[in-house]
Design a protein around this ligand. Structure first.
Ligand code: USQ
Length: 396
């Protein structure tokens, strides 16, 4: 039975990942410093519903399933907090099979400030993003280097590292011929936010660690995620993951559903031709599972593009409008001046075959999926705050 350490285990993806692996018989340890919850409080952006603490969630999970999720609350920017996870200071003893006290064999690294708008509020939030994302990744890299180099690091990257180039996007690597010679390089990256720039820097840090110390790393270049249904979350409402719909932490599909439910015209930014690759939260879990089951080799930086299909913002708005109208909502679409600096019409042709090749079965954004999201969000309609939907953090 494997032991998985999830850094950022309280987040939108971290908590569902913890339950998913725990449900499949893995030993799971989660670490978090409640960064996201605190940032939401500080910026006064309401979540769709209140959340139990991570310790309470793990307790409920244990009561419901008999499975243990170990919780460590700490800031991984502190090198000693990170190192304590690997050097014996944190004891991994389990009620079931107490003889197994081994270190994690896989670390899933989600412990990053994940919002592009947050990173561009002002220089202070830019610094928080830079410091958190780079220092946590560096602390992890050195802890693995110093205590157990065989541990597989699965880091969440982002498709936004590539930007929107005028050529096809490969899965992480490109063969370049130059003056009669050839070499394989990381695919060119050109982020359009400071947050996305930190993700490029993380990739570079880990690529250095792979070359220098033969670490094993998988980088998952993920697109915006939507949804709030997984088998584990459906066991009990109190196990639901956090759900943001505000401009800073909410992602487009989740936001559009909330907007449609409260009769707020869908906020398409600019012309709405911006195209991205999307995936359901269920597929994030599946992708991470497959990546963990087939680890990168020693000395390999393996990169997958973690998306299932691409949509322009306009297409998403039209899909949400159609399903919303069928459910009896009066859904309007608005094109508001784009607060971001991004191409609103562009070429977008990413490759995303690698995860399918290792066994991932894609789920797609269907009317049914949108209907389910409408139904869940509608249950919490009374909590939705219209004042946080759009404040207009300007990137330019
Ligand atoms: N958009 C709108 N209206 C909105 C919100 C967004 O038109 O109300 C547009 C944006 O302009 C953008 C696209 O939708 O072109 C996606 O925006 P988003 O807010 O859903 O996602 P993004 O800021 O790109 O970031 C999210 C996650 C981040 C992850 C990234 C993957 O927050 O952690 O890395 O998706 S990717 O976009 O592929 O870089």
């Amino acid at each position: 039975m494997n032991h998985i350490l999830i850094l950022g285990g309280d987040g939108y993806l971290g908590w569902p990942t913890a339950m998913y692996f725990s449900n499949r018989g893995y030993r799971v340890t989660v670490v978090d410093n409640y960064f996201r919850r605190n940032a939401c409080l500080e910026l006064d952006v309401g979540m769709l519903y209140a959340l139990p603490s991570l310790v309470e969630r793990a307790k409920m999970w244990h009561e419901l399933t008999g499975n243990e999720i170990k919780v460590v609350i700490g800031d991984l920017q502190e090198p000693e907090v990170m190192r304590s996870l690997f050097d014996g200071r944190i004891r991994y003893d389990w009620a079931v099979n107490p003889s197994f006290t081994g270190l994690p064999d896989t670390v899933v690294h989600y412990a990053e400030q994940p919002s592009a708008p947050y990173s561009l509020i002002n220089h202070r939030y830019a610094n928080i993003t830079l410091q958190n994302n780079l220092v946590v990744t560096n602390n992890l890299m050195f802890a693995v280097r110093d205590f157990e180099r065989d541990i597989h690091i699965v880091k969440l990257g982002t498709m936004g590292e590539y930007g929107t180039p005028n050529i096809d996007i490969e899965e992480g690597w490109i063969e370049i011929e130059h003056k009669g010679r050839a070499e394989r390089f990381l695919f060119p990256r050109q982020a359009s936010s400071l947050y996305h720039t930190t993700k490029i820097m993380d990739t570079d840090l880990l690529w250095f660690g792979v070359r220098m110390w033969e670490l094993r790393v998988t980088d998952l270049m993920q697109g915006p995620v939507y949804g709030l249904e997984t088998d584990e979350m459906e066991m009990d409402d109190r196990l639901k993951t956090l759900f943001n719909y505000d401009e800073i932490f909410g992602t487009i599909i989740n936001r559009f559903i909330v907007q449609a439910v409260v009769g707020y015209p869908l906020t398409v930014y600019g012309r709405g031709g911006q195209t991205r690759g999307y995936l359901h939260v269920r597929d994030t879990l599946q992708c991470v599972e497959k990546a963990c089951e087939t680890p990168a080799k020693r000395g390999e930086l393996r990169i997958f593009n973690q998306i299932m299909e691409t949509f322009a913002a306009n297409e998403l708005a039209e899909m949400v409008q159609k399903v919303g109208n069928e459910l009896g909502y009066d859904v309007q679409i608005d094109h508001i001046p784009n607060p971001r600096k991004e191409a609103e019409e562009h070429y977008y042709h990413p490759t995303y075959q690698g995860l399918i090749d290792i066994g991932v079965t894609p789920h797609y954004l269907t009317d049914r999926v949108l209907e389910n999201m409408f139904k869940t969000v509608a249950q919490y309609r009374h909590n939705i705050r219209e004042d946080v939907i759009f404040r207009g953090v300007q990137w330019g």
